[in-house]
Ligand binder design. Sequence first.
Ligand SMILES: C[S@@+](CC[C@H](N)C(=O)[O-])C[C@H]1O[C@@H](n2cnc3c(N)ncnc32)[C@H](O)[C@@H]1O
Length: 389
Amino acid sequence: MQTLIVHGRQPALGKAELESLYGADILRPAGDNASLLDIEPTSIDFMRLGGMVKFCKVLTILDTTKWDDIEKFLVNTTPQHFSVLPDGKLKIGLSVYGIKASPKRIQASALEIKKAGKTVGRSIRIVPNKGAAMNSAQVLHNKLTQKLGWELVFVRDGDKTILAQSIAVQDIDAYAARDQKRPYRDSRVGMLPPKLAQTIINLAGGKNETKTVLDPFCGTGVVMQEALLMGFSAHGTDLEPRMVEYSEKNLQWLKQTSRRPIAGWTVEQADATNYEWGGFDAIAGETYLGRPLSSLPDPNILNKIIQDCDTIHKKFLKNVARQTKPGLRMCIAVPAWKKKDGFAHLPTLEKLSELGYTRLSFEGANEQELIYHRPDQTVARELVVLIRK
Ligand SMILES: C[S@@+](CC[C@H](N)C(=O)[O-])C[C@H]1O[C@@H](n2cnc3c(N)ncnc32)[C@H](O)[C@@H]1O
């Protein structure tokens, strides 16, 4: 296993994403929030992995999970590596996952490394540990993945510790710009984070050869935007003319501002329950989530909302099934309503087989874990991956 990926707040989303793209056989979980992959780090396009926080090269596996032992190892071995690093002041940060060591203790070990560096004539700046692990902003803004930077990542894996070096971290600034600088946004249709849009597209595409991604509920165009940045063509439709206009204008903005080449796209007004789209290879999108809710309404009202959403989803899935061939793959983020004792799901999800679909399951993530939600949200997004039978 050569590559270590540290996932985000909901690790299962990232694990399912990796499984989709690379297959379960070259993947294994490492602790609760990381995955090991048996692929060369250089052959992975980490910029398109929405479920990744850190992307690391595995350096070695240590036969211990005791921080004292790990510190000894570091102090003994790091000086010999300093001599091969380029001249200049080095910046070092330590990130620890799943190992018993307080931020203060980790920081003290970093200072020991600094001392060891001095003995071989290296000047080192230590990035202070706010927590056990550096957050993305710290890694990014301290340039720890660049020439004079060094973030050492320690992940507990059973009775061993994986020691890795990060080579990329999620570009939170670029994600924020793609999200917030788009000229047309609408909080009523929900703000799909670009990272989640990437995960949805990766779950939809899998290992298939994809050229055109269709989003039948395109809204303001986040999925289309991310599909275009990933090198696909995009086709989007939405019932509301205003949304069609928003998507079109947002994508024009993307084309003007992006440094990456952008393929072609089409946005049209259409009802996803009866429209015939024509050529596309995968469907990725966030469907109709019902009206926004700040808290759980009265059960009768909630039932009505669920039924209304369900009718649209059932008709949409029937419409897609009648115009596609077996093997078509899609990932849709559909609503799930957070109740006191779990989630209320769309009833149609129980009838997928009758509608002509198989729901894909993942080794590294169960269905419940594929529900994206924040603590303050009533309407969550359940990621459903379907294959046309
Ligand atoms: C949750 S929003 C999608 C937001 C989108 N991901 C974005 O980037 O802004 C769902 C969208 O579905 C559209 N919609 C609702 N019913 C529809 C239908 N029957 N056919 C097509 N679009 C529909 C709404 O107008 C809305 O824009």
